[in-house]
Design a protein around this ligand. Sequence first.
Ligand code: COA
Length: 256
Amino acid sequence: MPTLTVDGVPIHYEETGSGHPVLCLIHGAGGNALSWIRQLEGLAGAARVIAIDLPGHGQSGGNGSSLIDDYAAIVQHFVEAARLGKVVLGGHSMGGAVSQTLALARSDLIDGLILIGTGARLRVLPVAFERLRADYAEGCAFLSSFAFSPGAAEGLREGARVSMLMNRPEVTIGDFTACNSFDLMDRIGGIKAPTLVVCGLDDQLTPPKYSEFLAQRIPQARLTLVEQAGHFVHLEQPNLVNAAIRQFLLVLDPPR
Ligand code: COA
C-alpha cells in the first residue's frame, strides 16, 4: 500500500478511483484510514478517493499529537507533497476538527468540505480519559459501546473496538486531548468552502446539535441527518452517506 514521506514521517494512505474531484479523508480519534472502507469502495466511481493514516496511527510512522493544529499541518503538507491540487476534504469526528482547521487556514487548498459526526467544539467526557488510562483495552470497549445506534450489527462495534486497540494508548489519549481543547465555535462562520455536514440521529459522542450548529454557522453548508445511525454514520449507513456525498460532489463540480 502506498506511503508518502511528509515532514520526515512515512504517511500511509489508501486510494481508489482516479481523476477529479479528489476526495481526501481524515479519520477520527484512535482510528485509521480503513474507517473509510465503505467510502473507498463506494465512491471510487465518483472521485479519486484518498484516506490517510495520521502520524502514529494505522500503518503510518511517527507519533500522534495532542494538538489539532499539528494534524492539520500534516494534512496540508500531504496534499501539497502528493500534488493533489485543490481537494474536497472530508473528516470524521477528530478528522472533522482537522478539516475545519485547515479550511480556515488554507482555503486555497479546499474545493469543498465534508464534516461527518463532528462539531466546532469537541469536549470529551472525563470518564473516557479515566477508562483509557486505567485499562486501555477496556477503555476502547467503553468508547466503542457508544459509537453506533442501538440496532447496529455487533460486528461494527467490535470492528471499531479492535481498530482503536491497534493504536498505541498514548496516541489515542493524545487524540482525545486534542479534541478536548479544540474550539472553533466563534470562527467557523469564516469557512468559505461549500460544506456538507452529516450526522447520525443516534450519535451520542457528537450529537446532532453539534452538526446543526455547523450547518447554521458555515455560510455555504447543507445538513444531512441520518436515521438509524450513531457516531460512525459513514460505516453504519454507508449507502445513504455515499449518496449524500455523491450529490454534493456533483453540485461542486457539475458534469460539463
Ligand atoms: N456545537 C454546538 N453546541 C455545543 C458544541 C458543539 N460542538 N459543544 C458543546 N456545545 C454546547 C453544549 O451542548 C452545551 O450547551 P448547553 O449549555 O445548552 O447544554 C454547551 O455548549 C457547553 O458544552 P461543553 O462545552 O461540551 O461543556 P459541558 O461541560 O457542558 O459538557 C461534556 C462536557 C464532556 C459532558 C460534553 O461535551 C459531552 O457530553 N461530550 C460528548 C461526549 C464525548 O466525550 N464525545 C467525544 C468527542 S471527540
